[in-house]
Structure formats: C-alpha cells, structure tokens
Design a protein around this ligand. Structure first.
Ligand code: ZN
Length: 288
C-alpha cells in the first residue's frame, strides 16, 4: 500500500559514470558548435557558489566539444575555458522549448542561439558548476587527485593492483575512492565485485595478480554494458521527455536484497551489508 504523499515513481540513483556518459552523448549533438545566447542563474550557488561573473563569462561563447572526466561533464568553450558540470545527488539536465517558464528546482538555464534551451534542475542542490581554464584542469582541485578512467586501456589489472597496494580497507570501499579509479560509485562497484566473484569485504591490498586483472576487466564490462543501455534508452526516450541520462537498467545484485542470486548456483539470496555508510549488495557464497 503506497504511503500518501510518497507516490511510487521512477527511482533516481545518484548518477555514476554510465549516466554521465549518457548525458554527454545527449548533449554533444545538440550543443556542439552552438553559441550561448543567454544564461539565467536563478540562484547564486548549488553545492557551492557559482564562479564570479559566470553568466557574463558564458554568454557569447561557442561550445567546442562535450567530454567527460570521472563524473564531471566538461563543456569546452571557444575561449579556452571549460564549463564543468557535476550532477551531484539529484542533478538533471534537460532541454526545453524556448520560452518555457522555469519549473521548481530549475536553477540554471542556458539558451543557445537558434537552438535548444538547456536546464539544470537539482532538487537537493548537491550539483556543481565551475569554469576552469582547459590548460589548468590537470592541477585543478576537482581533477588533480582523480585516478585513471576505467575505460582507458591503461586501466588494467596491474594499474588496479598498484592503486590498491597497501590499502587496509575492504575492496568495496577502495573502489569508491576516486583516486583508485575515477567515476565508479556504489552501484557499479557492487555489480563489478559480483561478476568478478570477489567479496566486498576482502582486504583491498589482497586484490593482486589474476584477481586484479579480472576485477579491472569486469569494471570495464559493467560500465560498457550500462553505457550501451544508456545509449539505446537515449534514442528511445529523448524525444519524449528531453531529459538526459537516466535510464532503466537491470542490475544483478544492486538494490536486490533478499532476491534470488542471479545466474548463481549458490541457491542463496542477495545480501546487504553497510560499509562506510553505504549499502553493499552481494552474494556471500559466490563472492570470496
Ligand atoms: Zn549467489
């Protein structure tokens, strides 16, 4: 029985790398090469204040490219700056028709000349907007401590084992550390450990050799599969709602506590434990 006032609706998980990649794929064809005509900042901050003069500094600039680093959307501009967007917990980007009135939690509105209007909506306001010189990105506080991109060929078992060396935390917790690998969050850490048959409680430093190679490959696989699901949902979905980045994706263990363990001969159920304040879903028999 639904609780009045808490209607069941779509679940919005914190965006992770595949969701952010899907947002980038949705943005890229619609804003690349377009000039920013107007910027409406409807408040002065989200997680932290917007950079000074943000609206004026964006106005008149043309978008050169849209890329991603970890969970940051990077909108390159023709003056050598990059508009950095982080969706935080609940941030969403969507396109609206020109002249639409702003809705609740629509905090930033960017209108493109002769093109779409992009809206950043963020009910919980953990999102972030920053403007960074492209040349300074590697040493910028948001980026300098980030580990390798998991889809980069350089991210392999050796790289992962090196990043985990000496770490006395559970492997699940280590995977959420953005200096170990960038962009992996709670959902895909759980999924990758399940498919790699590694216990989330295993000491991170013991993930070496073939175990590390298997885990690195599995992280890449679960992310690649989710990005593919995002891409197909984008094609089906964007025309309907204009919203970017959220898609229906089925998980093996994430948020499936008590359900049968998929594709597993353990005859058991998916278990949930809490590690560093985050829920971990796993199969206690299959994952060692
Ligand atoms: Zn199982």
């Amino acid at each position: 029985m639904p609780i009045p006032g808490r209607l069941p609706g779509p679940r919005y998980d914190v965006p992770e790398l595949p969701e952010v990649e899907t947002v980038c794929s949705g943005l890229r064809p619609r804003i690349t090469g377009r000039r920013i005509e107007r910027v409406d900042l409807r408040r002065a901050d989200l997680r932290r204040p917007f950079p000074p003069g943000l609206a004026a500094r964006l106005s008149g600039r043309t978008v050169s490219d849209v890329t991603r680093r970890a969970k940051y959307i990077l909108v390159g501009l023709d003056d050598g700056n990059v508009l950095v967007i982080h969706l935080g917990m609940s941030g969403r980007l969507h396109f609206v028709d020109n002249g639409s009135s702003a809705g609740r939690h629509d905090h930033v509105i960017i209108g493109f000349a002769g093109g779409p209007t992009l809206v950043f909506n963020d009910a919980r306001r953990f999102g972030l907007l920053d403007l960074v010189r492209r040349a300074d990105m590697a040493v910028h506080p948001l980026f300098e401590g980030l580990g390798p991109e998991p889809l980069d060929p350089a991210f392999d078992g050796c790289a992962l084992a090196a990043a985990l060396r000496g770490r006395r935390t559970p492997i699940k917790t280590a995977l959420l550390d953005q200096s170990v690998v960038a962009g992996v969050g709670n959902i895909y850490a759980c999924e990758a450990l399940f498919h790699a048959r590694l216990s989330p409680r295993r000491l991170a430093a013991t993930v070496i050799g073939r175990r590390a190679a298997c885990l690195a490959a599995t992280i890449r696989d679960v992310l690649t599969e989710a990005i593919a699901a995002g891409g197909s949902s984008l094609r089906d979905y964007i025309q309907v709602s204009g919203e970017l980045g959220y898609f229906q994706h089925s998980f093996a263990v994430y948020d499936r506590e008590g359900q049968p363990c998929p594709g597993c001969d353990c005859d058991g159920r998916v278990a949930r434990i809490v590690q560093s304040g985050r829920s971990t879903f796993y199969c206690p028999r299959r994952q060692r």
